[in-house]
Design a protein around this ligand. Sequence first.
Ligand SMILES: Nc1ncnc2c1ncn2[C@@H]1O[C@H](COP(=O)(O)OP(=O)(O)O)[C@@H](O)[C@H]1O
Ligand SMILES: [Mg+2]
Length: 376
Amino acid sequence: MVPHFILSDQTLFTNPELFEFDYMPDQVLFRESQLAELAFWIRQGQEEASLVHVICRGPSGCGKTTSVKHLFREIEEETDGIVPIYLNCQTDQTPFAIYYGIYARLFGKKPPRTGIRAEKLVSAIAQAVPDRTSILLICLDDVQHLVQHDAVGEVLSSLFRMHLDFPECKITVITTTSDMQLDFSRIVDLPVSLTICSEEIPFPPYTAEEIREILFLRVREGVLPGVISSGVLDQIVSKTEMAGDLRIGLDLLKRSVLRAEHEGRGAVLREDILLAYGDARLLHLKKKVQGLSEEERAILLRVHLLEERGGGGLISGELYGNLIEEEEIAYSIFMDRLENLADLGLIDLRVRQARGKTDVILPRYSREEVEGICKF
Ligand SMILES: Nc1ncnc2c1ncn2[C@@H]1O[C@H](COP(=O)(O)OP(=O)(O)O)[C@@H](O)[C@H]1O
Ligand SMILES: [Mg+2]
């Protein structure tokens, strides 16, 4: 029986940790082919004396981190001789921090803090590999967060160069990224890039049915029966699909259940979702805006300003014309920035065919929302 009224110290959750973003589910649904391919390339790197670079690419919240961590856990539990090393580039943002993390994991202790240079760390790692593991298996998660100029190229080049300097050091690197533009072939040193076997595994957004099944399992295991009705789940699924990010769904579930709990109700209502969605959407926007460069932020603000003035249908050429009145930038750079805003889901770009191809820019958030967040 669904409880109609709950006391303030009662909770509707049976396992609240299931709704945290870093929770590792027992099963990674709908990623069988990606997991099999990842496993294949890891074995390939172990058996052949080749250097393997696997790129997992897809938008935010489509299971990249979960898949890699799941596989790493399996390797740790069931395979002797491989030490998988996972690094989150949002936390370790510089080449030095990356080498430091690998060293600490491989040696089981931190390197001396003072006076140690990056090259020293790298050669200590390379020399230790044959004794400690059959291959160095590293995941650089969300690699686009390596912040210094050319840092992604520098890290990848020096990791793979270890094998050229110390041939017994086999290495496989898995990078994940939500940056659809990042071109790995151009950023690794040429002599090194010729020796690498590079493979890309796409992670497409989940379909509505897949989202429903994943969220359904969490609901079944994480909250009391009857708290989330089938209709309420459908509404959450549709908002998640629109956002293209599973995190939105998990966050909506958590917030709407908390809201129902706060109101002393035993079930989530549609209004809980609408209110929770407002909070989740803004949180999402804030996260994306924080990751933008100053120039991209300026373009986003300008989009909203012109869009409101023009009353809809802002065209890319018009925006470019307006921007170069203040700053000289090449059209290609402008378009790269604009496309990045679109990849992040901050705007939509629709191609219009009218005397040549133009892009119509459609904002995804309101001017007040964007300006409010950019000011902080
Ligand atoms: N296939 C899946 N099965 C179950 N949960 C998933 C699956 N894919 C993603 N999730 C959940 O969705 C959230 C976001 O996934 P994550 O792997 O971090 O995405 P990404 O790294 O692509 O941004 C995580 O909390 C994770 O538990
Ligand atoms: Mg991730």
